[in-house]
Ligand binder design. Structure first.
Ligand SMILES: [Zn+2]
Length: 597
């Protein structure tokens, strides 16, 4: 009888999970899009993998360490956007399709055909390598399977691959490509490594327990993984967290978690499903995970409850947003956690709980006592925090959860032109960047425009510029993190070096000129290269500090002129190359290079 009841429970849960999945699968066109490369579909990093400040918004297609593999249009359409950047997606292309979806191809090495020609012309016309151009009407049209570019490693990329994305053109939301049927079927169910038990306190939560889920302390019963120990809880408010992983193929490639849910005594409390999300909400990952734990332990625990300031659209929850008030729950019962992938492979974990007779929770008491008298920041409120020469202004969207803070000053150092302010802790996440202002405490004799606000996680870490604008003795900037702030001066211009080709020979043996450009503090704002006085197109790859000019028609014309001076009025026998780099504080470097044709 008992086993029959368990069977009914599983059946109803399975039903519910698959109902949700089917509704999703039918919504997206199947067979419309093709895989955008030749190689067999395998990936480095799938959709939704958790990263610093974001969920991975596409899939990374493996190119076996190579650049220059053809990239194909996934379906008929037209080029709707071209973005070229020194970082981020590097060289990216967006294609709009007639069925209301757009595809994105990023980190390209180069563009192809008519698209490449248009870009080259546009860059010369506007004298810029970097640009972001949106096309409202069809202009550059493509057919499914047309080569649109070659795969590469441009922008913020840690190795050659194609980043491929699918978007809903109307909502601009990013969609899980697995839902379009262009990816291989995955037959491995996700695994749960650990369940974390949190108790809610006056502000935030405290981690009470970690339950490792492996064969020693759990076993399979009727399709469920059942923890062998009963979880002892107080009649208090709890939340749960999950550390899970998913695999594709032979288990070598870890994936992001597509969906997980939490149930209490068969009533649904929380589900998170990564079908789609908007770019402006991807930073909610910092509220989605136990952020302090991640900052300290480097493990991302996904929470089964929603913070008040967390507006991520991927959740469905009960009224308590996944929190459980065990004072209202039966004294004996069970928790169920499910983790599933986009191919409906599901792992169910069941944990029995028992409420213990009420005892004072000393840990909770001492935690709450520690907060007494501390000022607190509250999500949804506008808050201004001040101390001598420091103002921080937070808006409604700055925080995810109530957070009590500490503010203090460090003794001044020689490089500081303000007091050194410590505001709260880098382990507390910030959603929308907040305003900070620091007061100048000593004269800088006309160098006010060289001042920047410098930020570090703690006073022992390296300081980085977060920029800033000077006005009436104060510098104003936006801060994305809590930590330590001070004013510093940047008066050092960027450095420019030529990287000579590896082999010694004439420059005509190479296909490009390469320069190493870097700035030690405020960062590079602009860079330009001129050949015999003419602006030439140089690619800037920020991750390698590399500026490269790939020989093009300007080189060919100038070379012709140098080699045949009798036909042209020319007074030089070498290429006169000027590299000009300016940082964010207006410090400028101009270097001339004489290069033999
Ligand atoms: Zn990617």
């Amino acid at each position: 009888m008992k086993s029959f009841r368990i069977y009914i429970q599983i059946a109803s849960l399975l039903c519910l999970v698959s109902l949700v999945k089917n509704a999703v699968a039918q919504k997206y066109p199947q067979g419309y899009f093709r895989y955008p490369m030749d190689s067999l579909p395998n990936f480095v990093s799938p959709f939704g993998v958790m990263r610093e400040n974001h969920f991975h918004s596409g899939i990374d297609l493996r190119t076996n360490g190579k650049v220059g593999l053809p990239v194909y249009a996934a379906a008929d359409g037209y080029v709707s956007r071209i973005k070229v950047a020194r970082g981020a997606y590097g060289k990216a292309l967006y294609i709009e399709h007639a069925n209301g979806y757009a595809t994105v191809y990023a980190h390209l090495d180069s563009y192809y055909g008519a698209i490449a020609n248009w870009i080259h012309e546009y860059q010369y016309m506007n004298q810029t390598f970097e640009f972001d151009k949106i096309f409202i009407k069809p202009f550059l049209q493509v057919k499914k399977g047309d080569t649109i570019g070659l795969s590469g490693n441009s922008g913020t990329s840690s190795g050659p691959h194609l980043h491929f994305e699918m978007r809903d053109s109307r909502t601009e939301k990013i969609i899980n490509p697995a839902l379009f049927g262009i990816l291989p079927i995955d037959s491995f169910a996700p695994e749960i490594n650990n369940i974390f038990v949190y108790k809610f306190v006056k502000e935030g939560l405290i981690l009470k327990k970690q339950l490792p889920i492996h064969s020693k302390n759990s076993n399979w019963q009727a399709g469920y993984l059942v923890a062998s120990d009963t979880l002892l809880l107080d009649a208090d408010t709890y939340g749960f967290g999950i550390d899970a992983q998913d695999f594709i193929h032979n288990g070598k490639d870890p994936k992001g978690i597509y969906s997980y849910s939490f149930w209490l005594n068969q009533s649904h409390k929380f589900t998170h499903t990564l079908n789609q999300f908007a770019f402006d909400e991807t930073k909610y990952i910092n509220a989605h995970i136990d952020f302090p734990y991640y900052k300290l332990e480097k493990l991302r625990i996904q929470k089964c409850f929603v913070d008040d300031g967390n507006r991520f659209s991927t959740y469905t929850t009960d009224a308590g947003k996944g929190r459980v008030h065990f004072s209202d729950a039966p004294s004996l019962g069970f928790l169920i956690f499910t983790v599933s992938d986009a191919n409906e492979n599901v792992t169910y974990l069941k944990i029995y709980y028992k409420l213990s007779s009420s005892q004072t929770d000393l840990e909770k008491l001492s935690y709450e006592k520690n907060l007494e008298g501390k000022p607190c920041l509250i999500p949804g409120e506008i808050i201004k925090v001040e101390q001598e020469g420091f103002i921080a202004s937070m808006d409604e969207k700055s925080l995810y959860d109530t957070s009590c803070y500490h503010i203090s000053m460090y003794p001044k150092t020689l490089d500081a032109f303000s007091n050194i302010h410590s505001f709260h802790s880098y382990t507390t996440p910030v959603h929308a960047a907040f305003d900070v202002a620091l007061e100048l405490t000593q004269p800088v004799f006309g160098l006010e425009d060289k001042l920047v606000i410098a930020y570090a996680k703690t006073n022992k870490d390296a300081f980085n510029s977060i920029g800033g604008t000077y006005k009436n003795g104060w510098v104003y900037a936006k801060a994305s993190n809590f930590g330590v702030f001070k004013l510093m001066l940047d008066t050092v211009p960027p450095k420019v070096k030529r990287i000579l080709p590896k082999f010694i020979g004439k420059s005509s043996d190479t296909l490009s000129w390469e320069f190493d450009i870097r700035d030690d503090f405020s960062g590079i704002k602009s860079y330009d290269v001129f050949l015999n006085g003419r602006w030439i197109l140089a690619d800037f790859d920020a991750k390698n500090d590399r500026l490269s000019y790939l020989f093009d028609e300007v080189y060919a014309i100038e070379r012709e002129r140098l080699l045949h001076p009798e036909n042209n009025q020319i007074d030089t026998k070498v290429f006169k190359v000027l590299v000009r780099v300016i940082d964010h504080r207006g410090n400028k470097t101009e270097r001339w290079f004489d290069i033999n044709p």
